[in-house]
Design a protein around this ligand. Sequence first.
Ligand SMILES: [Zn+2]
Ligand SMILES: [Zn+2]
Ligand SMILES: [Zn+2]
Length: 490
Amino acid sequence: MHKASHPDHHRWISHTANTRGCVRPVRLTGSLHTVDTTTGEILGTRHTATDMPDGVLYVPCGDRRASVCPPCAETYRADTYQLIRSGLVGGKGVPESVAGHPAVFATFTAPSFGPVHTRVVNTKTGKVRPCRIRRDARPCPHGKLLTCTQRHTDNASCLGRPICLDCYDHAAHVVWNAWAGELWRRTMIRLGRDLRPYEHAHGIRLRVSYGKVAEYQRRGVVHFHALIRLDTRPNTDPKRGPLQDPDAILPPPEDITPVDLAELVAGAASTTAFRTPDYLDTGHSWPITWGPQIDIRPVAGLADGEITSEAVAAYLAKYATKATEPTGLPTTGRMTAEAAEHYSDARTHLGRLVAYAFQLGTPPEDLVPLGATDDERDQLRRDWHDTWGRLRRWTHMLGFGGHFATKSRRYSTTHRELRAARRIWRRTTQQQWQRDQGHDVDDTTLVVADLTLAGIGWNSTADAQLAASAAARAREYRALVKQERTTTSA
Ligand SMILES: [Zn+2]
Ligand SMILES: [Zn+2]
Ligand SMILES: [Zn+2]
């Protein structure tokens, strides 16, 4: 029976409204106690089984990936936007003076692991250039000319695929993905060092704050888009001068311009390089560096300039909801040996990446030599887990095991704080509504939950559709209210 015809229809809709159309909500069962915060007394208890529609409490899954749950990914995108934006223009607990700090928007890409099909557009004429032209091209060791005269369309399936599969270094590719996060960390340390002359000149200490998002290029390698902002560190050393609030976000000296910062970032990116540890006893290690195509642009304030803070925040937020989709790899969880075998394919680019990641990350049987002590065995296993083991754990991500959206501690607010703020907002608007209706609202009570997981997903397709259409109506309504507000305030 469809719920729309059920007398409890409205009750069910309002009960599930907080899932905001989540396609696979978490179902919880148990009790909710209303507690008096002054005395600790339990004023009342509701049990999901007896007091709630379907006998459960629905909570949104909160997945960031649009391929998994579009409505939850949309919430995540909106939060990421707020998070990045507040770090640029202030708000959400960040002072508005950050808008005056020098900031750059930078894209860090991987080096080449072999020629791939690309679409290059001439920025002056807007015309698509031929993919890869080499005048005196000789065949590669595999008998292929590494050229391609086609002008590829934007959605051509060959984009990002190697021109010669055997010339492409798939091992180096997945190893780079696995160490990309470490490369970023070292680049930021380097940038901090390169700022020292400015610190000495001004007798202060500087701090680099950033928000960054990882994105998969079509060839299956991650690259990072980052907003990098310069702050002055608050003084916490009484010998250096008056003490400042350690949480303050202070502007750097005015003679450091966004262009200076862009040059410093470019310098740090081009000089940061290291090698991985040796792979077992082969003596082989891989160099880890950024590719030559690093794009760094000063970010203009809200008033004018090439990139606005809004555009940058929107751009970064969009990528935060994507995983490996651009590479063609399905969104999966960790791969079992069977899954890795299923996706491994020597005839395809993606199949080779999966195979190399899984194989390089699988420890050899003689990793622990005979006669090793327990301590030695534990140490060897731990070392493997922290280095090459990552490639196996993150095979479904082609080796990259980092977070998709990260920020330095002082950059801005966090996703967790935004979620908490939304809950408080919802609670206070509910209380306000109850007041408006003439109900008594007591701010001194607190709801304490004692819940356990009952399952994931809606009970039926009909329920899922109903929740989705209710959420769509709620979104339309919110958009309408917002529109009215902007037109009345204009
Ligand atoms: Zn969801
Ligand atoms: Zn091509
Ligand atoms: Zn070749």
